[in-house]
Design a protein around this ligand. Structure first.
Ligand code: OAD
Length: 250
């Protein structure tokens, strides 16, 4: 891994505008199972593809809320790991920096990252299901279905469910920024879920270098300039340390 880290650090040294695309893998070392892990471990009655849908919410909102509160309870007990904290450090080295995350756990912000674009929403927030624009913080201890204080409609978790489009403004911003960055660092994503999986291609088409960190090759790996095979909590601190020794052209 050492050679790849050094080469990736050299690429970073040439970069002025850094975008980091993160997926479930970056939170794995915080004890939050990735989607692929979870899919193998979930029992059928809590299959995310069954409960995390608009149809499930219409059918049984109480059950969906109970499941989300359970998931949020676990996330609230989790702590950011070395990978999240390294990205906070990395952000301080760049004047143009953005994390585009597919994760809904909020651990980047909890670690202290400031420029984070959440593509799939946040499990810590609820929003009015009738789009009246009202948002609220989710109370894990509460029971039942919360109602909108503005219009009286049901509140729903502010996450992108299966069969739903991404928030258009977040997606447009992510596509735009991806076309302007010099380097995209891709951490802990399978690269299988679109439209997020298009972002590295958008970056590459516009001339950015792609560096990936993942313990296993992903759908993006063959398109990258440098693949660092390792877990994020080990590889990212090594990359930062190597970057700090590089003679940057910034
Ligand atoms: P996946 O669960 O599909 O993939 C997780 C990736 O993380 C895999 O490529 C793993 O090899 C890698 N990984 C595992 N442990 C790691 C570690 N310690 N360090 C670095 N990488 C590690 O997660 P995503 O690709 O993020 O969408 O999935 C994207 C979307 O699929 C999710 O946001 C969700 C789901 O459907 C929505 O909720 C809309």
């Amino acid at each position: 891994m050492e050679k790849e880290i050094q080469q990736a650090a050299s690429l970073l040294g040439l970069c002025r505008f850094l975008v980091v695309l993160t997926g479930a893998g970056i939170s794995q070392e915080s004890g939050i199972p990735t989607f692929r892990d979870a899919r193998n471990n979930y029992k059928p009655q809590v299959n995310p593809a069954e409960l995390g849908t608009p149809e499930a919410f219409a059918r049984d909102p109480e059950r969906v809320w109970s499941w989300y509160r359970q998931r949020l309870g676990k996330i609230e007990n989790a702590e950011p790991n070395a990978a999240h904290y390294t990205l906070v450090e990395l952000e301080s080295r760049f004047t143009s920096f953005l994390i585009i995350s597919q994760n809904v756990d909020g651990l980047h912000q909890q670690a202290g990252s400031r420029n984070v674009l959440e593509l799939h929403g946040s499990i810590r927030r609820a929003r009015c299901s009738k789009e009246c624009g009202k948002y609220s913080v989710i109370d894990v201890q509460a029971g039942g279905v919360p109602y909108c204080p503005e219009c009286g409609s049901m509140m729903r978790p502010d996450v992108v469910w299966f069969n739903e489009p991404l928030p258009q403004d977040a997606l447009e911003t992510a596509m735009f920024i991806s076309s302007y960055c010099d380097l995209m660092l891709i951490v802990g994503t399978s690269g299988l879920v679109t439209p997020a999986a298009y972002l590295p291609h958008q970056a590459k088409e516009h001339g950015a270098a792609l560096v990936e960190i993942n313990p296993s090759p992903s759908a993006i790996t063959s398109h990258t300039d440098m693949f660092i095979q390792g877990v994020a909590g080990e590889a990212l601190p090594l990359l930062l340390a190597a970057y700090d020794t590089v003679d940057c052209t910034r």
